[in-house]
Design a protein around this ligand. Structure first.
Ligand code: AMP
Length: 439
């Protein structure tokens, strides 16, 4: 089925063609006709499924149908709430892209950007506001925005909004909205907390489920490297260098860890930037831009900062730290293999993290393939056996190298790597004797 058959207008079809989209994705096929029809929708759709267009396109069409060129001061007709500034920037871009041939006016209302400019725009009134909850509430309190005319409400990545503690803010916003409105809730996962939010927010919603829950994209090759923590950074540098990876998103657990790894990779001669919540908005935008344009090869990010980032055709995702919340694994892997492109997702798992890997595999209901004989793996411990407390001490018949310095492994080649690049590994190794010594 084509976009035209979904009932979208010429202006939107033109914008879609400008993007080079040919066929609607499954979530677009299901959600667009329902939203055009005025239904409330609860959609279980992950990033990468084309979900943003699935609510933005029909939202634009409905607003354009009875557009009044005279903006009403302080009023807004459609409110899109998202959890992070980065996602707000992306959704706002999508609104502008798909609405390029329509006379609608959109604003992004996020923390970290000038409140004065936002205030002036909001006071004039606008058709669409894409907002993070905190900054929106600031504007409500300062009476810059009046939500009593909202016709369409969208909650995007609702599960993450709840994870981030935005429920009270969402409730505060809901209380200011008119009862008669169309509401759309998009969420990567639909746990009970989301169902209960949906029950309060939506009116007879139609449920749309696309990518199977708890599944990762089929075109993503996932691999696990068992490795001691102290060798992770060396293996990562090696993999990036020897495979000549150009664009790698690396996930770490903490902001501090992101900064540290950024510094270490730079020392290894790899162009790297970090993205996390302690960076200013300007620094975050810069890091993202550098990554998108190829100025840096590696973006080291924490989960929250990376949530919802839309980086097209991202070929490599590395879990430098294994996510402690199993669902985050699916979100992270969602950065690659989007809209049909192939992706590779590697997880570097040390014995201390084996438990989290088991939890992830329980959620996925399958085992992620292991890379064998990398020269780095902690041979005393099979990752799959890890949660049993004494597994590490079982007599496996193999020599226990966990506590040795493993000199033989320096620069060891992963079994699947095709290139021999020992010079490069050696050169990198020289600069790092200090950190290695400490390990
Ligand atoms: P999203 O799930 O909204 O983050 O979208 C993921 C990516 O898919 C974005 O880069 C979109 O530009 C792209 N996309 C959305 N719809 C389509 C489509 N129908 N055909 C091809 N790419 C699409």
């Amino acid at each position: 089925m084509s976009f035209a058959q979904l009932g979208l207008t010429e202006e939107l079809l033109k914008a879609i063609a400008d993007q080079g989209y040919i066929t609607p994705t499954p979530v677009q096929l299901k959600a667009i006709p329902l939203i055009l029809d005025g239904q409330d929708v609860l959609a279980g759709a992950q990033t990468g499924t084309g979900k943003t267009a699935s609510f933005t396109l029909p939202l634009l069409q409905r607003l354009a149908e009875n557009h009044d060129p005279h903006q009403k001061p302080h009023r807004v007709r459609a409110l899109i709430l998202v959890p992070t500034r980065e996602l707000a920037a992306q959704v706002y871009e999508s609104v502008k892209t798909y609405g390029a041939h329509l006379p609608l006016h959109a604003e992004a209302v996020v923390g970290g950007a000038s409140i004065g400019i936002q205030t002036r725009q909001l006071r004039r009134g606008c058709d669409i506001v894409v907002a993070t909850p905190g900054r929106l509430i600031d504007h409500v309190q300062q009476r810059n925005i009046n939500l009593s005319n909202v016709e369409i409400l969208v909650l995007d990545e609702a599960d993450r909004m709840l994870d981030m503690g935005f429920l009270p803010d969402i409730k505060q916003v809901m209380a200011l909205l008119p009862k008669k409105r169309q509401s759309l809730l998009f969420s990567a996962t639909v746990p009970n907390a989301i169902k209960s939010l949906a029950a309060q927010l939506l009116n007879n919603p139609i449920e749309v489920e696309v990518a199977k829950q708890n599944a990762t994209a089929e075109n993503v090759s996932e691999l696990v490297y068992g490795i001691d923590r102290e060798y992770k950074r060396e293996l990562l540098s090696y993999l990036i260098g020897s495979n000549n990876w150009k664009q790698v998103l690396v996930f770490v657990r903490t902001k501090h860890g992101a900064d540290r790894l950024e510094k270490q990779l730079i020392e290894d001669g790899i162009r790297t930037a970090a993205l996390h919540g302690d960076k200013t908005q300007g620094a975050r935008n810069k890091a993202l831009e550098q990554f998108k344009t190829g100025k840096v090869q590696v973006l080291v990010a924490t989960d929250i900062a990376a949530r919802g980032l839309d980086i097209e055709d991202l070929p490599h995702v590395v879990n430098f730290d294994v996510p402690q919340i199993p669902e985050d694994y699916i979100h992270r892997i969602g950065r690659t293999g989007r809209a049909g492109a192939d992706g590779v997702a590697l997880s570097l798992v040390c014995p201390e993290e084996a438990y989290h890997l088991v939890e992830i595999e329980k959620l996925l209901k399958r085992q992620i393939p292991r890379i064998a004989d990398t020269g780095y793996e902690p041979v005393s411990l099979k990752i799959a056996d890890a949660p049993k407390k004494n597994a590490a001490h079982k007599d496996t018949g193999k020599k226990d190298l966990r506590h040795s310095k493993k000199p033989a492994s320096r620069g060891a080649k992963p079994a699947d790597s095709k290139r021999t690049d020992s010079k490069r590994v050696e050169a990198r190794g020289k600069g790092r004797s200090g950190s290695r010594g400490k390990a």
